[in-house]
Design a protein. Structure first.
Length: 290
């Protein structure tokens, strides 16, 4: 296997596991060498919600009655139950909250976990959720950009004053700062040009939803070109859900520029821990040369 393949990171998404098992699954993922564990996020799911984040889908992929937990609260709990594994949200609707709320919650997780937060953020697809909060869905893009700007300043500057379209406040201090310098790693979710722009300019990485593996290289070229325009030299991470069962399956992902694959080596929640143990033995360890 090539060196780039050996460096592939693997994560698991707890959205496909019964919440009662989240802590046990996270502990096992940490123990078996997975790089990251991710939780889903919504603020509220209106009964009349329509649409879907997936191309060609007519209805939301989740019912309005599905149990939803505060993602940052869950990650604080998982931080106490794990030692090494990175803790991610896939993805947080940053535009629905005031940046003070987001920045404070994210900092809390990052500090309590020793700098392990992966903050996946998106502009959202669910219009009804924005309307339930009383916000303009059609202006979500600029609001998301401004929220990101304010959060990044709060995470890095000793004093912050801001007068924008959506947020306006006199000078404030914000302590403590996150463990990760400049703030938690931002993984930008989405497939549109705005998401690609954010991934290039403010994101540690990009989390596409509707790009096939074959489409990723061209999109990644656009991200890299935009990154070069703003003087960015750090590489852009790419995280996608994937189907990996053997070490050689990783080659296609690495060749496309993917750096992290979220896998689900189980069919039922009760099989998750055994499935991760098997995946670690059959894929992770061989790629590490174990």
């Amino acid at each position: 296997m090539s060196d780039t393949t050996v460096q592939m990171a693997f994560g698991v998404h707890l959205g496909s596991v019964n919440p009662r098992l989240w802590a046990d699954v996270a502990e096992a993922a940490d123990r078996y060498g997975f790089e990251s564990v991710w939780v889903p996020e919504h603020l509220v799911i209106p009964l009349a919600a329509s649409g879907s984040p997936h191309h060609g889908s007519e209805h939301p992929p989740i019912p309005a009655t599905v149990p939803v937990y505060d993602a940052f609260g869950v990650l604080c709990f998982l931080a106490a139950r794990t030692e090494r594994i990175r803790l991610g949200i896939n993805v947080y609707n940053i535009g629905l909250r005031h940046p003070f709320v987001t920045a404070r919650a994210a900092t809390t997780v990052d500090v309590l976990s020793g700098g392990r937060l992966e903050l996946g953020i998106g502009a959202s697809w669910l219009r009804a959720e924005w309307e339930a909060v009383g916000l303009d869905f059609d202006r979500r893009g600029p609001r998301v950009d401004e929220a990101i700007e304010v959060c990044r300043r709060l995470w890095s500057e000793p004093e912050v004053e801001h007068h924008g379209e959506f947020f306006d406040f006199a000078p404030v201090a914000f302590e403590p700062k996150p463990v990760q310098s400049g703030g938690p790693a931002l993984q930008i979710g989405g497939d549109g040009e705005a998401a690609l722009r954010r991934a290039a300019t403010v994101g540690t990485g990009w989390m596409p939803m509707n790009h096939s593996l074959e489409q990723i290289p061209a999109a990644l070229d656009r991200i890299r070109a935009r990154a070069a325009q703003v003087g960015r030299t750090a590489p852009v991470e790419v995280t996608i859900h994937g189907d990996v069962g053997r070490p050689e399956d990783v080659e296609a992902y690495a060749a496309a520029g993917v750096t992290r694959v979220l896998v689900r080596p189980w069919s039922r929640s009760s099989e998750a821990i055994d499935g991760m143990a098997r995946f670690a033995a059959e894929v992770i360890e061989p790629l590490r040369g174990g």
